[in-house]
Write a protein that binds this ligand. Structure first.
Ligand code: NZQ
Ligand code: ZN
Length: 394
């Protein structure tokens, strides 16, 4: 097992009606003024926003609001939020929503506490030195942003979707009531399950095979989410399945499923998806499913041991064929699963058809964002990424 540092400082308050505790939680930290940040309407329609604001009012907690976050959250709204946060001297940003709202809140948190242009942190020009505290009331189990160090933002100037990572932005608390996810469209639930699975899958495919405890946790996270995604497809109101998926979402992206690995994971599929999401505004989870199988077939020979172990330990396939055949069988099982929960397994199945010029540009931007290369299972350069995009675009 390789050396690692595990840092998961977020206080998790999990279960039915836990959003009722919001005022007490905020007061326990001594925060005085809150920027309540939310998306494009779901929290208004569900009544969650009104409930939260009335709890803050009843407790005498001052607040300002900024809604309008869209999926693949935009830099322009973050800039607006930074102005508000500075002018109103807020000391907590409360993100009420899914990953896009949380990531937008983190962007505001960076911009309000560091001088200069907040985009510098996403374009890797500078490293953030501070972030306003972030609190979360989660409404969508997917990204794990409620415990993660990441924020992924789309800059409308060039439609660049880029991420920045810092422990400074890990939320101080996350309120997670699985009931709040029951208003999700089935498609978003499936996208969320896919993203959760992918966060552990990305960490699984490294070079090296030295962490049995982490592999066992990882296998369990993936198996559980696959099982629950199937249950939710037929019964979206199943509380226990919602709860399992919500907790799995946090565990899958708070670094637990990568402890002791030889690198922080592969992440090439995420890098490739971010280009698709930035340009075509597709749902993140669906974008991952659309390219994962093609990526896997492209890289598997460079990391066969881990692919075989994925097929046996995660998917439970028996060793009755060659290693290569077993790896291919595992990839097919994953693609069949994606289809079963109505996820795409190719770019056209996402409902888009990029031109070859667009694929060339995406491959270039993807590698540029990765500092010249991507991946760990196999190191990918620009021609590799382009080949994967082309194959997935057939
Ligand atoms: O905006 P509203 O009206 O709230 O609608 C949202 C949005 O349309 C809706 N929604 C959320 N909760 C709902 C609901 N609708 C009904 N009932 C509810 N309870 O769902 C839609 C998608 O929301 P979004 O927040 O965009 O989804 P998700 O949580 O999947 O976040 C995706 C974003 O996070 C990034 C992705 O790239 C993408 O930009 N990621 C962030 C990560 C991180 N910070 O750690 C890691 C991930 O790998 C990912 O890259
Ligand atoms: Zn993701």
């Amino acid at each position: 097992m390789y050396n690692f540092t595990y840092y998961a400082p977020t206080k998790v308050i999990f279960g039915k009606k836990t959003e009722d505790q919001i005022a007490d939680v905020i007061q326990s930290y001594g925060f005085h003024k809150v920027l309540v940040h939310f998306g494009s309407g779901s929290v208004k329609r569900s009544g969650l926003l009104d409930k939260v604001l009335s709890k803050l009012d009843a407790a005498g907690i001052k607040h300002v609001e900024l809604g309008g976050v869209v999926p693949n959250p935009r830099l322009s709204l973050i800039r607006k939020g930074i102005e508000i946060a500075r002018k109103e001297k807020v000391d907590l940003i409360l993100a009420v929503g899914g990953g896009s709202v949380i990531d937008s809140a983190k962007g505001i948190g960076y911009g309000a506490t560091n001088p200069g242009d907040v985009w510098d942190f996403y374009s890797k020009k500078r490293v953030a030195q501070a972030c306003l505290p972030i609190g979360v009331i989660l409404t969508l189990a997917a990204t794990g942003s409620e415990m993660s160090s990441s924020s992924v933002v789309t800059n409308e100037d060039g439609w660049l979707k880029m991420g920045t990572n810092s422990n400074l932005s890990r939320p101080v608390f996350a309120i997670m009531n699985p009931e709040l996810t029951m208003t999700l469209p089935d498609y978003q639930t499936a996208c969320g399950c896919t993203d959760i699975i992918m966060h552990t899958v990305e960490r699984w495919f490294t070079q090296g095979d030295t962490m049995e405890i982490t592999d066992a946790i990882a296998a369990s996270v993936i198996q559980t989410v696959m099982k629950m995604a199937r249950i939710l497809k037929d019964n979206p109101a199943d509380y226990d399945a919602r709860a399992e998926v919500m907790w799995a979402g946090s565990l899958s992206h708070n670094d637990l499923t990568g402890c002791g690995a030889s690198s922080r994971g592969d992440w090439a599929v995420h890098g490739m998806e971010h280009e698709i999401g930035g340009l075509f505004d597709v749902a993140h989870g669906a974008g991952l499913a659309a390219i994962w199988g093609t990526w896997a077939r492209y890289v598997m020979d460079s990391d066969l041991l881990r692919f075989v172990k994925y097929s046996t330990n995660v998917l439970g396939l028996s060793r009755d064929c060659s290693d290569r055949e077993l790896a291919l069988k595992g990839i097919k099982v994953m693609e069949d699963f994606f289809h079963e929960i109505k996820m795409p397994i190719s770019i056209p199945e996402l409902g888009i058809k990029p031109t070859d010029d667009q694929l060339v540009m995406m491959a270039h931007k993807c590698i540029e964002a990765g500092g010249g290369q991507k991946g760990a299972a196999r190191i990918l350069h620009e021609p590799d990424v382009l080949a994967i995009y082309r194959e997935a675009n057939r």
